[in-house]
Design a protein around this ligand. Sequence first.
Ligand SMILES: [Zn+2]
Length: 267
Amino acid sequence: MRHGTVSGRGRSARFAVWCAAVLALAAGRSAAQDAEQAPWYAPWRAIAVRTPEDAERAWAMVREFFGNMRQGHAHEVWETDRERMPPARPLEECLAALAADGRDWPRADRACRMSAQVRIAGPVEGVAFQSSRRSEAIEVGCELAIRLPELARLLRESGVARVRVGPPARFSLKSYHRFGLALDVYALTLDDGTELVVEDDYELQGDRETCAGAEPDGERARVLREVACRLFEAHVLSTVITPNYNAGHRNHFHWDVRPGDERFYLR
Ligand SMILES: [Zn+2]
């Protein structure tokens, strides 16, 4: 109960500290902006995406801004597949394609101009995508939403009935999470109720050869790896990252979709 009683004085002191922190941040921000392109500057925001050409230009900017930062890990796999490339197109076109597929998922208001969010109400092809925080529906950007049915069908092939999606582990500005086009997956539940927890059940491969490496020992680890490899091989996602990637991903899979990018990544 003591936590509930904050004195007025404590509150104003805290407010002063908060103000100072904001001012310090603002000062750092303008200094860095002067120096060079600041990391939070999103150049594509200058483009009003109305035509397919606008969309291509904007996503090309995102691609360039994000760079090829993943390059350089041992045994990472890059594949190029122009046909499976998620399209860079205006939102309206994506939303129309979603509607034409019979997915009447409601728009969620926290829309980013580049990637409208939709709320995934109810199971998709027999798979429930739930937010770990409140066991509620998740909200994703349109180009990820449109791939969810195929993603779900592939998950069903491994007997997955439920996907636990957590908040992004480390929100980075150079992350497709900012567009709602990435999922951090912490656990998968199978038809028989078995919960495969990435942190506990994924077996790190010493050589980091996720799909080409040695078969995991445990059955749970085997299924987790099978899911990752199935998704990568189908090129349904642009990025499939397992705990093999780095320590920051020890407890989850990172899956994302990158419009206008023909590269597919696995580690
Ligand atoms: Zn992530």
